[in-house]
Design a protein around this ligand. Structure first.
Ligand code: PMP
Length: 429
């Protein structure tokens, strides 16, 4: 199968290259390959599987719809399944937003919802410029790619309407200071650019940001900086779009990434975990922005009933079982354990994250240069030890962990042991 895949599938295929696995069964953290090998999956469908693979409540919800005789394809019509999903989702939102929110069901991928968010704020403000951040990742469709830091990768062109702002980061801080001071300088830069009549930056239709940059290398925005972005945008009538595609549903140790800072955005972009492992993407936003015309953002597949049922079950399970809190405490424990590896592993340049969104940055111990080759070797050594991890970051030198929020203490220890062993083995090699 792997040989046939390599012959038939696109040169653009991604995970399939580094993970030569043919999954045939999966449950929770574990995937079983056709060869009988078992793996601990810390990629979780690129952060989608909040409850791990095939969680009983998700399976039960899907079976419930299948057995009920309900239609599976309904475009964007109302159904009891959709009504229940919207009710559960609204109950989880920041109260101030939920009080008068609207929801648009988008095409099934995160990038579709990003496009919808851009169209929404451009329509509502009558402006077209967007403020976006270095290192951002918002998707692969034209608009979403334009607001991502990799806009010019793979022959892409930059959208002249996008103004790039510095996202705060401790390592390689563009201001050379990092920490709270670096974040404050980033906020100051943003304020200055917007208020300088000769900055050359057109009045923007919105600002889009991730509360924690995932693909960008696991950089968590400091709470104070996020509050500054909220203040700056609110004072200037600029809608703030929080892309919570990856950070949502408990992943970072709060139900939504913005909750840490107590920030209420004008638009939230949601996908991945909200579909309980099936494709689903929505935006929720303040009612006053709801000025677009019927069909302004359309799509055939906006009514996936199985995804809505699986999503409702997932959202409810995370809420009822306090899994955001669990992600916070277990994540802190894992971060501490990983930081403990630094003295004995000089190639580990940094360990960072929030909740169960964790990154281990690898660098050449002599030069301090990012080391993508070593990261590839570590990913392979992990796989050899039955552990699935992904790479990310500006230089693809950050080993990323996105385990399910249902991870037990024992499983966390097993993940950490295998990763530590893989780091040692890859460094020796
Ligand atoms: N936004 C963020 C923050 C993401 O992490 C991703 C996917 N990794 C997307 C948008 C795009 O989602 P999709 O791949 O479903 O289009």
């Amino acid at each position: 199968m792997l040989r046939r895949q390599a012959q038939r599938e696109s040169a653009a295929r991604t995970y399939a290259r580094s993970l030569p696995i043919v999954p045939v069964r999966a449950r929770g953290l574990t995937i079983e390959g056709a060869d009988g090998r078992r793996y601990l999956d810390c990629l979780s469908g690129a952060g989608t599987l909040a409850l791990g693979h095939n969680h009983p409540v998700v399976l039960e919800a899907i079976r419930g719809v299948l057995d009920s005789g309900a239609p599976l394809h309904v475009l964007d019509l109302a159904t009891p399944v959709k009504d229940a999903f919207t009710t559960e989702l609204f109950a989880s939102l920041p109260a101030e937003l939920a009080a008068d929110a609207r929801i648009q069901f988008c095409g099934p991928a995160g990038t579709d919802a990003v496009e919808a968010a851009l169209t929404l704020v451009r329509t509502a403000t009558g402006r077209s410029g967007m403020l976006a951040f270095t290192g951002a990742y918002h998707g692969m469709t034209a608009g979403a790619l334009a607001v991502s830091g990799g806009a010019t990768d793979a022959g892409g062109t930059t959208d002249v309407r996008v103004t790039r702002l510095p996202y705060p980061q401790d390592r390689r801080c563009p201001f050379g200071v990092g920490g709270a001071e670096g974040a404050e300088l980033s906020a100051r830069w943003t304020r200055n650019l917007l208020d300088d009549p000769k900055s050359g930056v057109p009045a923007p239709a919105g600002m889009i940001l991730e509360p924690v940059q995932g693909e960008g290398g696991v950089h968590a925005a400091p709470d104070a900086w996020l509050r500054s972005m909220r203040e700056i945008t609110a004072e200037r009538g600029i809608p703030l779009i929080a892309d919570e595609v990856q950070t949502g549903v408990g992943r970072t140790g709060a139900f939504w990434g913005v909750d840490h800072a107590g920030v209420v955005p004008d638009v939230m972009v949601l996908s991945k975990a909200i579909g309980g492992s099936l494709p689903l993407a929505v935006i929720v936003y303040r009612a006053e922005l709801d000025q677009w015309a019927p069909g302004a953002h359309a799509g055939t597949f906006r009514g996936n009933q199985l995804a809505m049922a699986a999503g409702t079950a997932t959202l409810a399970y995370v809420r009822e079982n306090g899994l955001a809190e669990r992600a916070r405490t277990l994540g802190a424990h894992m971060l501490a354990a990983l930081r403990g590896l630094i003295p004995s592993h000089p190639c580990v340049a940094d360990v960072r994250g929030r909740g169960l969104m964790i990154g281990v940055e690898l660098a050449d111990p002599d030069t301090g240069e990012a080391s993508p080759d070593l990261a590839v070797a570590v990913r392979q050594a992990c796989l050899d030890r039955g552990l699935i991890v992904e790479l990310g970051g500006r230089h693809a030198s950050v080993v990323r962990l996105l385990p399910p929020l249902t991870l037990t203490d024992e499983q966390a220890s097993a993940v950490l042991d295998r990763l530590a062993d893989a780091l040692s083995a890859a460094t020796r090699r």
